[in-house]
Design a binder for this molecule. Structure first.
Ligand code: SAM
Length: 185
């Protein structure tokens, strides 16, 4: 067994907790890697809610999902800070890939205030034993500020209510992504 990089490990954790029929959120749809993965995990009886500010990201992901036999995903071209207006169900999981869209506009980045509003919305909707995963990319301008704010926020979560894990390689160059997993007790 090899230690997995953060992005792959995010899927490993999700696949151990999320099951058929669950409701989940992809808070940063991008090109839809996580959206498609979650759609397969929750199967036809589950629901995936996806959010992205960029119309292009939503369109790319719609095209990608059109090839899937599953019809369980709703995509919203709005910021994840509005999650509570769009998701009324309780959720079992959520995933955030923070940073900018690879190959896209590097000026469109996730930002501390809206990211934390969205994480809080997901925490409020989260069922017992549910999981929120954050994959933090922070090598870009603005990235470190977001990373520091997000880590301060998740560290402040009450230990009696949540387990909070930080997973990162500490001997790698070029600021490898950090994974944060939050499980509701
Ligand atoms: N998980 C994605 C994938 O599989 O391709 C990659 C996500 S990328 C690192 C970050 C995404 O967050 C970008 O597509 C960007 O448009 C989006 N984003 C930035 N601010 C946002 C916000 N406030 N609400 C929702 N999405 C946002």
């Amino acid at each position: 067994m090899n230690l997995e990089p953060s992005l792959r490990y995010s899927h490993t954790i999700m696949s151990q907790i999320i099951k058929s029929g669950d409701n989940v959120i992809d808070a940063t749809v991008g090109k839809g890697n996580d959206t498609e993965f979650l759609s397969k995990l929750v199967k036809e009886s589950g629901k995936v809610y996806g959010f992205d500010l960029q119309k292009d990201a939503i369109n790319i992901t719609k095209q990608r999902l059109a090839k899937s036999p599953l019809n369980n995903t709703k995509l919203f071209n709005v910021g994840h800070e509005n999650i509570k207006e769009y998701v009324k169900d309780k959720i079992n999981g959520a995933i955030f890939n923070l940073g900018y869209l690879p190959g896209g506009n590097k000026n469109i980045i996730t930002r501390p205030k809206t990211t934390i509003t969205a994480i809080q919305a997901c925490l409020d909707l989260l069922e017992k034993n549910g999981i929120i995963i954050l994959v933090l990319y922070y090598g870009h301008p603005g990235g470190k500020t977001e990373k520091n704010s997000v880590i301060a926020f998740v560290k402040s979560l009450e230990q009696k209510e949540y387990s909070v894990l930080e997973y990162k390689f500490i001997n790698q160059v070029n600021e490898p992504p950090i994974l944060i997993a939050i499980q509701k007790k």
